[in-house]
Design a protein around this ligand. Structure first.
Ligand code: SF4
Ligand code: SF4
Length: 199
């Protein structure tokens, strides 16, 4: 007899919520997980921590929403290896991104975001996610010549007759407006306020 899991049965609702999320591109891949562990065996984060992508999907399918409070989910850094090796077309990478969004919406894991607020700021100042300045010294140390290249980038592009990297003011204003209307700006302000409280 073939076992068929009904998608309207709880606890599968949590998986359905994730499948229906706009960030999910793999249709019903989550429901097809066969727990083979390919994702875990190839995941760099799993090699260096207790993080386990196979476990993530197991918990999602069990409707275990406590997963959003687990520290481990923040160890995934979106390399997409699991996405490319899954035999049934699942993407733990995308599932993880959705789990983190659910966590953030519930004001969980803010402390994991403080370091990256500079990325968010750059959408308002340059309409792109640029590397925050706080990372410059480390990158300069790890990548010889990077700082010099970074400082002279516009000049180099000029010499090569390439367009400026900086979008026009209209584009920046439009992106800022979209981010404000969609609630991104207020979310960033809440996270920043939380950081201030913790200082
Ligand atoms: S590789 Fe795919 S099917 Fe296998 S455990 Fe990971 S998510 Fe499930
Ligand atoms: S995207 Fe995340 S879960 Fe997938 S292999 Fe990379 S670190 Fe692991």
């Amino acid at each position: 007899m073939t076992f068929k899991q009904k998608i309207n049965d709880s606890p599968i609702d949590f998986a359905i919520e994730i499948i229906n999320d706009v960030k999910n591109s793999k249709d019903e891949g989550v429901l097809k997980c066969v727990q083979c562990g390919m994702c875990t065996s190839t995941c760099p984060a799993a090699h260096h921590s207790d993080y386990n992508p196979r476990d993530i999907i197991e918990k999602v399918l069990a409707g275990d929403e406590s997963i959003i409070s687990e520290e481990n989910i923040w160890n995934c850094f979106y390399c997409y290896t699991c996405h490319s090796v899954c035999p049934v077309g699942n993407s733990v990478c995308e599932v993880n991104q959705i789990l983190k969004q659910i966590a953030i919406a519930k004001e969980i894991g803010y402390d994991k975001l403080y370091e990256y607020l500079g990325f968010a700021d750059s959408y308002f100042t340059a309409a792109i996610g640029a590397i925050p300045e706080r990372f410059f010294p480390d990158i300069g140390q790890d990548v010889p010549g990077w700082w010099n290249f970074r400082q002279n980038l516009e000049e180099i592009r000029n010499e090569l007759e390439l367009d400026s990297l900086m979008p026009s003011k209209e584009v920046i204003d439009e992106v800022s407006k979209i981010l404000t209307i969609t609630g991104f700006k207020s979310k960033i302000e809440r996270i920043r306020a939380s950081e201030e409280v913790e200082k």
